[in-house]
Design a protein around this ligand. Structure first.
Ligand SMILES: Cc1cc2nc3c(=O)[nH]c(=O)nc-3n(C[C@H](O)[C@H](O)[C@H](O)COP(=O)(O)OP(=O)(O)OC[C@H]3O[C@@H](n4cnc5c(N)ncnc54)[C@H](O)[C@@H]3O)c2cc1C
Ligand SMILES: *[C@@H]1O[C@H](CO)[C@@H](O)[C@H](O)[C@H]1NC(C)=O
Ligand SMILES: *[C@@H]1O[C@H](CO)[C@@H](O)[C@H](O)[C@H]1NC(C)=O
Ligand SMILES: *[C@@H]1O[C@H](CO)[C@@H](O)[C@H](O)[C@H]1NC(C)=O
Ligand SMILES: *[C@@H]1O[C@H](CO)[C@@H](O)[C@H](O)[C@H]1NC(C)=O
Length: 499
């Protein structure tokens, strides 16, 4: 313990001895963690603590816990879990890259935050075509390790995003139309269970846990290592294009053509977006698209997006996966508040127009009240990834034969702003808008019940969207591997198995 920490430490001990209800128990748990793992427990005003809090991507998720624990190894995580087991009224949060937008999912007030950022090791196993990745790694470092060998993995498209939450929530990556959800590329999870025991979950050991973790988030244990399948991947074609609003109709026509099942291209990844800035009152559209086989882009539907004119900006080129992931680092350099929500629907030109009209109406209606908060509203639309094959299932609830990559679209709704005073109003406005979009899908008879976990608002019932069978299986797995219910009761954040 450093000398400079002492005053704070004494104060905490005083508070604890006065038994200030829950806070007192959290402090005792932190003291106990401190005496077992001293170098890696920090408190308010410690540099490590403050750095951890300020490294969450969005300001609204920077809740301040009683202490932050920063394990360096799987064994450290096991020790932490055993200590927290003996303080079963103390709530804790699990955090990897800190990019989930929901308050309290990877952060907590007056409890313990387990910050896995330091567990970011990447080990390439060329002999069996896998790479072992720590939960705290960022996708940029994973691509940077793989690009030189012209191999890749199913990972994130924004290099700043963390490996842990992304993979446990499903994961949509550059190759999802062909290879499915990123979690389907996991060949093994190393997990610390609530008993403090370290296990592997893979296709031959703890198979039920293996499946549950693919979409089950933080409900079963703390994942301390992901072993991912690697495969050959040279340069890709793609980038970002921003269009002015004069292209609105042509873009929706092109998007509809892109979703024509007859024209399905398994190598083409596309995210299509509308954005409105309440400050400038400018509407624009944008796409981020990638094609894993650049030699077959000529004449493809992807290319037709590149041909829509005029364009405000284009970065279309060929480059490595890592160079594309890196392109997206900049938007989050500035700090924002953020609310997300999501929905899923069958592609239909009419529905896209109806949703666009709703987007414009809502955007304009919010301008007067929230322009001073620097609100921007965005909808991003992309294909749902290919379903997992029956031979390698996940928990997400898509039937193996359903081909969602050809028919279904996912919409992510994002409200971004800078004024904390607008939080209550904009959280409510996000939810209202998402419900209106859902209602359009219902009216047009194109609604699908899935909700993509990693884009969902905390109020959305993601696991219900997986279907009753998947939810029941996850509950059974939870009773088997977490019989004390630690990950249901002490881990408050995230979507839980019982609501
Ligand atoms: C700018 C940006 C770009 C994005 N791009 C994409 C994209 O291309 N594709 C896509 O699918 N998603 C994308 N997302 C969404 C992203 O998948 C989620 O935000 C995800 O939660 C990020 O993971 P993380 O590790 O950073 O999250 P965190 O906020 O650290 O964690 C999220 C949740 O996972 C749990 N968790 C994390 N690690 C573990 C662990 N090791 N064990 C148990 N539980 C754990 C946490 O408790 C928490 O509930 C993007 C998000 C942002 C902000
Ligand atoms: C699956 O887990 C077992 C038991 O820990 C381990 O021996 C095996 O190597 C794992 N398989 C993979 C693919 O990691
Ligand atoms: C496009 O934007 C301009 C300026 O922002 C606006 O005047 C015009 O009405 C918009 N057109 C459409 C079709 O939305
Ligand atoms: C693309 O196709 C056109 C004909 O459709 C051909 O003229 C052109 O050379 C092709 N470009 C490349 C880069 O292959
Ligand atoms: C909105 O943006 C302007 C210009 O960037 C900035 O000066 C102002 O402080 C921002 N407003 C808020 C509430 O942060």
């Amino acid at each position: 313990m450093s000398l400079s920490r002492k005053p704070c430490w004494i104060l905490l001990s005083l508070l604890a001895s006065r038994g200030i209800a829950d806070l007192g128990t959290s402090i005792k748990a932190c003291q106990s963690l401190f005496s077992t793992l001293s170098g890696h427990v920090s408190f308010a005003r410690d540099q490590v603590y403050e750095d951890s809090i300020s490294s969450y991507a969005y300001i609204g998720t920077r809740l301040r816990p009683t202490c932050v624990v920063t394990p360096q190894s799987t064994e450290d995580v096991a020790v932490i879990i055993r200590v927290l087991n003996s303080f079963n009224s103390v709530a804790f949060a699990i955090r990897s890259g800190g990019h989930n937008t929901n308050e309290g999912f990877a952060d907590i007030k007056d409890g313990v935050t387990i910050d896995l950022s330091a567990m970011n090791k990447i080990v390439l196993n060329r002999a069996d075509n896998t790479v072992s990745v720590g939960p705290g790694a960022r996708w940029q470092s994973v691509y940077d390790a793989l690009d030189p060998y012209s191999i890749s993995v199913q990972g994130g498209r924004n290099g700043h995003v963390g490996v842990g939450g992304f993979l446990l929530g499903g994961g949509i990556g550059f190759f999802s139309p062909e290879r499915g959800w990123a979690c389907d590329g996991v060949v093994n999870f190393e997990v610390v269970l609530s008993s403090g025991i370290i296990v592997n979950a893979n296709a031959t050991y703890n198979t039920d846990l293996f499946i549950a973790l693919k979409g089950g988030l933080n409900n079963f244990g703390i994942v301390t290592r992901f072993d991912l399948e690697t495969y050959k991947q040279g340069p890709m074609w793609g980038g970002v294009i921003i269009y002015p609003n004069s292209t609105d109709d042509e873009l929706l026509d092109t998007l509809s053509a892109f979703k024509d099942p007859e024209r399905f291209d398994p190598y083409a990844m596309l995210t299509f977006g509308w954005i409105y800035d309440t400050k400038t009152q400018i509407f624009s559209s944008n796409i981020a698209m990638y094609h894993s086989h650049p030699e077959s882009v000529n004449g493809s539907i992807s290319e037709s997006f590149a041909n829509v004119q005029p364009q405000v900006f284009s970065s279309i080129r060929t480059g490595s996966p890592g160079s594309f992931a890196g392109e997206k680092l900049s938007p989050i350099v500035k700090e924002y508040y953020m609310h997300w929500a999501t929905t899923t629907f069958y592609a239909s030109r009419t529905t896209l127009s109806n949703m666009h009209a709703s987007f414009r109406r809502n955007a304009i209606a919010l301008t007067e009240l929230f322009a001073s908060a620097n609100l921007t509203i965005a909808c991003s639309i992309q294909s749902v990834p290919a379903a997992a094959p029956a031979s390698n299932p996940n928990s997400l609830g898509f039937q193996p034969s359903s081909q969602p990559e050809k028919t279904l679209l996912n919409m992510g709704i994002a409200f971004q702003y800078e004024d904390s005073a607008a939080t209550a109003g904009l959280a409510a406005a996000t939810e209202r808008f998402a419900r209106e979009i859902d209602q359009i899908a219902v009216q047009d008879k194109v609604k699908d019940n899935h909700l993509y976990l990693n884009y969902a608002g905390g109020w959305q019932d993601v696991f219900e969207g997986y279907g009753a069978e998947s939810l029941e299986t996850m509950r059974r797995v939870s009773r088997k591997y977490d019989s004390s219910g630690m990950f249901q009761n002490q881990v408050k954040g995230g979507f839980k198995l019982y609501r």
